[in-house]
Design a protein around this ligand. Structure first.
Ligand SMILES: Cc1cc2nc3c(=O)[nH]c(=O)nc-3n(C[C@H](O)[C@H](O)[C@H](O)COP(=O)(O)O)c2cc1C
Length: 187
């Protein structure tokens, strides 16, 4: 069983990446093969909207590093997307990743989407409810798109109060949420 993590934070000491690593190591303890992709250090372009994938069974014609991830998605039992919250929404790298899932959406049977689990871990700075209710709404909207493709959405965790790098390292409750994500995605 393969579980892949998609990290879309660019920074060292990324909280969402720490949570992603925790979820993946938990899944590995349960016997999963895991792989973590750092999108910020990969050569990835945005969707070119050429619709090649629509007439080629979900194959994206772009010769960039996302091809590795398409292969990994095809083999994966579960996918965990990690994202910082930027300006009230997922990061731009996460948005590019979701846009590039257009190819997967156009090849749902080829990729075996309906039997794959998908979880999301997001991290933000704000702690006041008025500051994050709309972010939760925006995050859910992105997740609805993923669900609409046919993925089985398992968990969506929004970790709050993480303005500084490595903030979650000392937050047992947030690390436990990441562990729960890792436990549930292999079930
Ligand atoms: C460009 C930018 C935009 C941000 N926008 C928000 C925001 O709208 N709401 C919020 O609560 N935090 C915001 N933050 C703070 C990050 O969401 C927060 O530091 C988060 O924990 C970063 O995740 P990471 O550590 O995984 O990179 C922003 C940070 C940056 C750099």
């Amino acid at each position: 069983m393969k579980i892949i993590g998609i990290n879309t934070s660019p920074r060292e000491g990324s909280n969402s990446r720490i949570a992603l690593e925790k979820a993946l190591s938990t899944a590995a303890q349960k016997g999963a093969d895991t792989e973590l992709f750092d999108l910020n250090s990969m050569n990835i372009r945005t969707c070119q909207a050429d619709d090649y994938c629509a007439s080629n069974n979900g194959t994206c014609c772009q010769d960039d590093d996302l091809q590795q991830i398409y292969s990994a998605i095809k083999d994966a039992y579960g996918i965990i997307l990690g994202t910082p919250i930027y300006m009230g929404n997922v990061s731009s790298l996460a948005k590019i990743f979701i846009d590039r899932l257009y190819a997967v959406m156009n090849g749902v049977d080829f990729y075996g989407v309906s039997s794959k689990k998908f979880s999301v871990i997001a991290s933000q700075a704000a702690v006041d409810p008025p500051m994050y209710e709309y972010i939760k709404h925006n995050l859910e909207t992105s997740v609805d798109v993923i669900r609409g493709m046919g993925f089985v959405v398992e968990d969506v965790e929004l970790l709050i109060g993480n303005a500084r790098e490595n903030s979650i390292s000392s937050k047992e409750d947030q690390l436990n949420k990441a562990i729960m994500v890792g436990n549930k995605i292999v079930r």
